[in-house]
Design a binder for this molecule. Sequence first.
Ligand code: AMP
Ligand code: MG
Length: 346
Amino acid sequence: MLTEVIQAADDDMNAAVERAVSLLLDGDVVALPTETVYGLAADAFSPAAIAKIFASKERPLFDPLIVHIASRRDLASVAQVPESIASVVAQLADAFWPGPLTMILPKSDAIPDLVTSGLATVAVRQSAHPVMRAVGKKLGRPLAAPSANRFGRISPTSASAVLKELDGKIPLIIDAGACSQGLESTIISIEPREGKKPIFRLHRAGPITKEQLQEFGKVEKPVLGDLHQPHAPGQLASHYAPRTPFFLIEHAQDFRPEPGKKYGLLCYRGNPADPHVACHDWAQMEALSPGTGKLAEAAVRLFYSMRLLDEAGLDAIIAEPVSETGLGVAIMDRLRRAAHDFSPPA
Ligand code: AMP
Ligand code: MG
């Protein structure tokens, strides 16, 4: 299969949107930009189209997909929001939609089991990206769209990264440049409490931080054996993983290079005085936020920088931790899961 790439210019994306919609109506998959990472989209109501997402990504069927709605009104077609959480769902949607917050809600009958991997819940969000929104609106149906990478690999934050992952496996990529957030959406489920703010279970840390969510409820870890919890990939050892062995080293003095090996460093600011930068003569170094260091910039550049190092022919990549506050929580989550010696939380 030939993979076509169409540019969506800021001032004219009609041709790109029309081509995408026509393929989606035919039951095909299309890679589309979102504000988080590029997604591989298909008609969320069509099991045959959904099956193509799993096939082209080589994604195991136990890993459920996120469903994107084009407008708030469409929520009722994909989820059955219980009365007990209706008002907090509305508050969260007012505050964070369109945007990178995914809510896990009881699914509607129209959503095929394939989308949710047999779970009774569906993960829903409304993307803020103009291309994703325009395609969803024109199609008039919700889109299931996981990240447009092969399973377990680094998420794509540009059309060229999607091409490297899925060239020849999908018919179309819409190129709208680099993603503005660069990290996958925050995922929560919601538990109502009598007379108190609800509990939000944080299934995946992301661009909407714990601090932002705390205004509306109490943020906690998912409980083991939770009905909402898929047997799955967030928890799998190798996720967001470069092909090159990748190690997160907390303290620079713990790095013991083997003679003759080429090491690359993924660091925060790249300041020559920082211990991780100073402790070795790195074959290649990528700073997530050169200069003063800003977590928002580091988030945007994380997967791109991991790809650059992965393509550099190194023997291993060493990553420097970032501070685990605000967006740093999501960045550290991705670094840990990408790491060679990561073991999932018990
Ligand atoms: P991706 O779109 O590739 O970032 O992957 C979607 C993520 O959403 C996966 O980590 C899934 O485990 C998670 N997810 C999707 N649906 C559900 C659900 N119903 N319950 C819990 N997690 C979900
Ligand atoms: Mg993914």
